[in-house]
Design a protein around this ligand. Structure first.
Ligand SMILES: Nc1nc2c(c(=O)[nH]1)N[C@H]1C(S)=C(S)[C@@H](COP(=O)(O)O)O[C@H]1N2
Ligand SMILES: [Mo]
Length: 320
């Protein structure tokens, strides 16, 4: 986020949603015919005991009532224009630098104020959860946005399984720390590693808060946070932490990476708010990747009706 460049992208690159729907039907058809029974075990209502292999499609995902109607940002942009500083600070770095990240096997530690702490394989984490497609707007604090069809399930469903104790008030998240695989963790600049994020427990339990394992109907590309990442659509994108290895419940508000790095620029709450400018640029507008003209940024990124109630009584001008 030190760098603030906005490439100009011709509007001709927008992929109409229809094209994606067509392609998805094709993918589902081809995977069912080529894998036969193996694919059938994933459908319908998809119990996600196993992820399909990289690049393969999920079958028959449920459609979420929480999906946005906005036209989708093309897959080619979603997967090649990324912020993932573990793999470099240029938008184009993660797509190639994350190519060989090992995401299988993967384990996730649930710790702190829960009745059932432990380290679990990704398969154990996913097994009971039905996956669905959720189309969300993603608004980066840098002033650009995308519309992404995620595949995932509510974080709330996972947290309830591990049973937060009465003391739990916050949830902390941690990305993999592995400098051998993550070149950005070897050059000392930018952030303290590992990347950490956090939510208040009620934010984490909100039905819009998603754990994503895929996008565009397929397993997450590594550069988008494989094999499992957080998505919090009403907050600036940096809250949506990638490649999770740890979820820790606590009584205290946890430190968060961008807030530690520049506390006057990035808050813990980081709710999308066009009325509170970043110290170095306005937040009133955003460029939707693929659009020529900027558009107005909406309070809570357009999710105010669902989430504004979480912040009743708080002064939103200061809780940036
Ligand atoms: N671990 C980690 N998570 C991260 C980041 C990062 O650098 N490291 N960047 C964040 C930022 S600033 C944004 S805008 C989103 C981008 O997600 P995307 O590349 O899937 O669009 O990821 C967020 N999650
Ligand atoms: Mo971002």
């Amino acid at each position: 986020m030190r760098k603030f460049t906005i490439p100009s992208i011709p509007s001709s690159e927008i992929t109409p949603e229809q094209l994606y729907q067509e392609r998805r039907r094709f993918l589902r058809h081809s995977i069912e015919t080529s894998l036969g029974l193996a694919a059938l075990s994933l459908a319908p209502g998809l119990l996600a005991a196993e992820l399909p292999p990289a690049g393969a499609a999920f079958a028959d995902l449920g459609k979420s009532v929480h999906s946005s109607q906005d036209p989708l940002t093309p897959y080619e942009k979603v997967s090649r224009y990324n912020n993932f500083y573990e793999f470099g600070t240029d938008k184009s770095d993660p797509a190639y630098a994350a190519k060989n990240l090992v995401t299988n096997p993967w384990s996730l530690t649930i710790s702190g104020e829960v009745a059932k702490p432990g380290t679990y394989t990704l398969e154990d984490i996913l097994r009971p959860h039905a996956l669905e497609e959720r189309i969300y707007r993603l608004r980066c604090v840098e002033g650009w946005s995308m519309v992404i069809p995620w595949v995932g399930f509510p974080l709330a469903d996972l947290l309830k399984r591990f049973q937060p104790t009465a003391k739990a008030r916050y949830v902390a998240f941690e990305t993999l720390h592995d400098p051998a695989q993550m070149p950005g963790q070897r050059d000392g600049f930018s952030l303290d590693w590992p990347y950490v994020e956090g939510l208040r427990l009620d934010e984490a339990l909100h039905p819009l808060t998603l754990l994503a394992v895929g996008l565009y109907g397929k397993v997450l590309p590594n550069q988008n946070g494989a094999p499992i990442r957080l998505v919090v659509p009403w907050k600036y994108g940096f809250k949506s932490i990638k490649s999770l290895v740890k979820i820790h419940l606590s009584a205290q508000q946890p430190p968060t990476s961008w807030n530690k790095s520049a506390p006057n620029e990035y808050g813990f709450y980081a709710n999308v708010n066009p009325a509170v400018d970043h110290p170095r640029w306005s937040q009133a507008k955003e460029r939707r990747i693929g659009d020529f003209f900027k558009r107005e940024t909406l309070p809570f990124n357009g999710y105010a009706a669902e989430v504004a109630g979480l912040y009743t009584g708080m002064d939103l001008r200061t809780f940036f």
